[in-house]
Design a protein around this ligand. Structure first.
Ligand SMILES: [Fe+2]
Ligand SMILES: [Fe+2]
Length: 291
């Protein structure tokens, strides 16, 4: 499908649960990445996720000498507050017509019940608050082609997931007046095809980072992934799932793993131990040059 590639890709980490050692950047719960790309001679900026709050993102942008007004597109990975929470505040700053790519279930009410009830969905009135400042929602279950070499993955249902990535989610939603397990089908990832290879970005990667990487490979018609970036939600994963993830990264040729957020210390230690310098711990303010 895609013989088109971006000419360059630099990622600024605007939000992360870890600020880094001796850092002036602010940490917060969630992720937010600013992708700066050179595409067919034009510079384009894409904002992926907005963490829980806009203020630390704006603070970090200032330290990075980047301007939120430059953002051309926004992609929101899924409905959780630690990815959608900063969006109204960010849109207030952007204050211009801009396309926001997400899944049709982005506004759903979801909650965690372990050990007690806790709302983890998007801020109240997200749809309206964002539209008020110029946001245009592009809600699709299907992958969307945003620019040459840049596309969302669309939803990844259980049938497309690796068996060992189909664990119970511990997240609940209300559907037709009934409490049901939230399979978090609303998580869409983002992929960028560069001269070095395919880059796959997840928010929490709830469908499984390997299932997401494989979907991206299928869409881009390539047999390798150059880099995976984001939270991989392995924080409660057992040893077997972590081991399977490491083996799959080897199999699909992953050369760089940039992770943090909900990946968890056990998985991070295993990545470091098994994959050495390919593992990079994400932190707020980090600049990642990928092509
Ligand atoms: Fe998250
Ligand atoms: Fe999440």
């Amino acid at each position: 499908m895609l013989d088109e590639k971006v000419d360059s890709l630099r990622i600024y980490v605007l939000a992360e649960d870890f600020a880094g050692y001796s850092s002036l950047f602010w940490a917060q719960h969630g992720v937010s990445f600013l992708l700066e790309m050179e595409i067919e001679g034009e510079k384009k900026h894409l904002l992926f996720d907005t963490a829980s709050y806009s203020e630390p993102i704006l603070h970090n942008l200032k330290l990075l000498k980047k301007n939120i007004g430059e953002v051309d597109y926004i992609v929101i990975s899924h409905n959780h507050y630690d990815h959608t929470g900063g969006l109204p505040g960010i849109m207030k700053e952007i204050n211009k017509e801009i396309s926001i790519f997400a899944h049709p279930e982005i506004f759903k009410v979801s909650f965690s019940v372990d050990p007690f009830f806790r709302y983890i969905g998007p801020p109240k009135n997200l749809r309206e608050d964002v539209e008020k400042y110029g946001g245009i929602w592009i809600l699709s279950r299907e992958p969307i082609y945003i620019a040459p070499g840049v596309f969302t993955l669309g939803e990844i249902l259980d049938g497309e997931r690796e068996d060992w990535e189909k664990s119970k989610t511990h997240v609940v939603m209300v559907k037709d007046g009934r409490k049901v397990e939230d399979r978090m089908n609303d998580e869409i990832g983002l992929a960028v095809l560069t001269s070095k290879g395919l880059v796959v970005i997840g928010g929490c990667s709830h469908p499984g980072i390997v299932s997401m990487a494989k979907k991206a490979m299928k869409l881009a018609e390539v047999d390798k992934v150059y880099a995976v970036i984001g939270g991989f939600h392995l924080v409660n994963a057992d040893e077997k799932r972590i081991e399977n993830t490491v083996n799959a990264f080897r199999e699909i040729g992953v050369e760089h793993i940039y992770t943090g957020h909900c990946t968890g210390l056990n998985a991070e230690c295993e990545f470091k131990k098994q994959l050495g310098d390919k593992f990079h711990k994400l932190h707020a303010g980090m600049i990642i040059d990928l092509a």
